[in-house]
Design a protein. Structure first.
Length: 681
């Protein structure tokens, strides 16, 4: 489209002179810098047609002064404009998904006319629409809706738009008994346009833009994914609505690829694998908190021990701080004002002497308000503040496997990936301003080594710079941002710039991993903070003998252990690296006469540091192999008469059909080496 646009504009014949003579005009500037006059009130569709008949046919929408614009909306003033076709992925996908939401709502009301419609926004891969209907939608209903959608697409019904005044729109929806639309109009700010869209004869309130007719939708590139419950604007006091979700793409191939991705993701779902591998469970008495089983806790502690060794080698000193802290500290740090809605509050009546344990009787004057810590940083400053610090003590690196609690809405909880109780591999570096660059480079190298040993050889750095609302001088921001940029360059890394996304107190680096099926996870972080040391009065004595404020560098490599364990489970489909596998070896009997030899094998493996167990059940070996394979045990040693006589083992590795017969000594040596964490090899 860009080449065609440039050619038609530069030849001087794109806009007939008669279009602007005798009336007011607007100047439209195109992406290539060309500018032309058009009559005021011209629509992007007419602009596209004026440029060329071909572009007029291919145009789907426009961007006018940075806003996505319907081809039918008039342009009343000078503007920058870009015409979009189906080749422009971002705009095309937005229209496809937005129009499918409307067409689906139309299909539902054509099948079930008494259904009331609410809202239907675009999502990352598709859309959803919430409905108020007495009867629940069934899987069979979704099939009927899909068929009706295809009928509407095939009808190629025109899509039109009008702007109505508020009273007329409210009267319209009251007459149609659509109370949710009346509420939506009440939420539209005064002065904002109330746009009414028609897809054929079916009408909806919408901000737009949309296609010009329903036939522009790719009828073979969408799918309805399911039904769930949803409250109107999240208000639990309102009746629950039914949410139908769909996905849509530009073509059938992209849809098929997405559905294949979802199938693979479902196989890797850490919640499913957690049950199969007996790792953990969640229950309603402790929402958002993990009950770790022995197998899962083995993974957790192995990972924690690994990080403890890495941090010790990296010059960190491990500490531990309280989980319940008086609100006074949170007020001093600023978290009480900014973050209280995420805190779990704990009230304690200090007047209780143990004789009266009636929790209902409280002395308000003696009641102390505490909070479970949602983060570790204020407590780390308290450790730093104990005793006088000199510039010679800096940088001081304090690390903690800090247990934190944050209130997350129940709808946001997701297995062990999004929880309310978690432990971070948290650390804070107290340093001088001129040490920031070196500490940043040092951390990136540290983090790269950790990720590489955990199976992620590459990662992305996103550099978030000063936001509009911030504290500190421009000179300080310049210095710190330059320090982070220079640190990234010093270690030979690239970065993606995210302007304005830094914290109000300082810039930050976020580190993203891409897993085996292409999903991106934000794990590590590095944040520069001069604010908290100021608020909590942290100081050091400089070379000049005067007090100075240290900078505080917040950093984490894995983030929360809970989430990172979930990422590892899904990355490896449960087939964890041997050193992390909770059950590394099962020695299984083929005949009962092998039991004594099996006990000897297990003892030798355990002595060599391998997590080994015996399976002496009176079951066929194929049954045992299937069962332990479902549990993702990496190695099964099958022992029968021949193995006993020859003092050998038959090795079956997870996912491999072939077996290998080897001596006991060689098997123990090989498995002990594989069981060694990568930092100890």
């Amino acid at each position: 489209m860009a080449d065609e646009l440039s050619e038609n504009l530069s030849n001087g014949n794109a806009v007939p002179e008669t279009m602007v003579k005798g009336g007011s005009s607007v100047t439209l500037t195109f992406p290539d810098g060309n500018a032309r006059e058009f009559p005021a009130g011209i629509t992007p569709g007419e602009v596209a047609q004026a440029i060329s008949t071909s572009l007029g046919k291919k145009a789907i929408s426009a961007t006018v002064n940075g806003a996505h614009w319907d081809l039918a909306w008039p342009i009343e003033g000078d503007a920058e404009i870009a015409i979009h076709t189906m080749q422009d992925d971002e705009q095309a996908l937005e229209l496809i998904r937005h129009d499918f939401a409307h067409v689906m709502a139309r299909a539902v009301q054509e099948i079930w006319p008494d259904t009331k419609v609410t809202i239907g926004p675009v999502t990352e891969k598709g859309w959803f629409y919430d409905f108020d209907r007495a009867e629940p939608f069934t899987p069979e209903d979704l099939g009927r809706i899909e068929a009706k959608i295809k009928e509407i697409v095939a009808a190629r019904d025109p899509v039109t738009t009008e702007i109505w005044d508020r009273d007329r729109a409210i009267a319209h929806y009251k007459e149609r008994n659509e109370p949710f639309k009346v509420e939506l109009i009440d939420r539209i700010p005064e002065g904002a346009p109330i746009r009414m869209y028609w897809h054929g004869d079916w009408q909806d309130l919408c901000r737009g833009p949309h296609f010009q007719h329903t036939g522009q939708l790719p009828a073979d590139a969408f799918k309805l994914m399911g039904v769930s419950g949803a409250y109107w604007f999240g208000d639990t006091s309102r009746p629950m609505l039914q949410r139908i979700q769909g996905v849509a793409f530009k073509n059938r191939q992209d849809l098929k690829a997405h559905l294949t991705f979802l199938e693979e993701a479902a196989k890797r779902d850490h919640r499913k694998l957690g049950r199969e591998m007996d790792l953990f469970h969640m229950q309603e008495e402790a929402p958002g908190q993990v009950f770790w089983h022995p197998n899962g806790w083995t993974i957790y502690t192995q990972l924690q021990d690994y990080m403890r060794r890495k941090q010790r080698a990296g010059g960190y000193r491990e500490i531990n701080t309280p989980q319940v802290v008086d609100r006074k500290l949170w007020e001093a740090s600023g978290h009480w004002e900014k973050y209280q809605h995420h805190m779990f509050i704990v009230e304690v009546d200090e007047s209780r002497d143990g004789e009266n344990d009636d929790a209902a009787v409280k002395d308000k004057a003696q009641t102390r308000i505490n909070a479970l810590k949602p983060m570790n940083c204020p407590c780390h400053v308290q450790v730093y503040n104990q005793g006088l610090k000199s510039y010679r003590d800096l940088p001081l690196r304090l690390a903690e496997f800090g247990s934190c609690a944050r209130f997350e809405p129940s709808g946001a909880l997701h297995g062990i990936m999004r929880v309310r109780g978690f432990t971070q591999d948290d650390a804070h570096i107290f340093c001088t301003e001129d040490q920031i660059q070196e500490e940043c480079a040092r951390f990136i190298d540290f983090l790269a080594g950790v990720y590489r040993e955990l199976g992620f050889p590459d990662f992305e750095i996103r550099f978030a710079t000063r936001p509009e609302k911030r504290v500190g001088t421009e000179e300080s921001w310049d210095y710190v941002e330059n320090a982070l940029e220079n640190a990234i360059k010093a270690v030979g890394r690239d970065y993606v710039l995210e302007p304005g996304d830094g914290a109000f107190y300082g810039p930050k680096l976020d580190f993203y991993l891409t897993d085996a099926i292409g999903r991106v996870w934000q794990c590590g972080t590095f944040q520069v903070d001069p604010n908290l040391p100021e608020r909590l009065d942290a100081t050091y004595i400089g070379a000049d003998g005067e007090k100075h404020r240290p900078f505080m560098l917040h950093r984490a490599a894995l983030g929360s252990f809970e989430r990172f364990v979930g990422i590892l489970i899904e990355e490896h489909s449960g087939k964890l690296p041997f050193w992390l596998a909770p059950r590394q070896v099962v020695v299984a009997s083929i005949v009962s006469e092998a039991d004594d030899y099996i006990r000897e094998i297990v003892a030798e493996l355990q002595k060599a540091g391998v997590r080994a167990e015996a399976d002496l059940r009176n079951e066929k070996i194929n049954y045992k192999v299937r069962e332990h394979s479902v549990g993702k045990v990496p190695v099964i040693l099958a022992i029968g008469h021949r193995e006993v006589a020859d003092r050998t083992v038959t090795v079956r590795r997870l996912g491999e059909k072939a077996t290998d017969v080897t001596s006991l000594e060689e098997a123990v040596s090989t498995l002990a080496r594989e069981a060694t964490p990568p930092d100890l090899l």
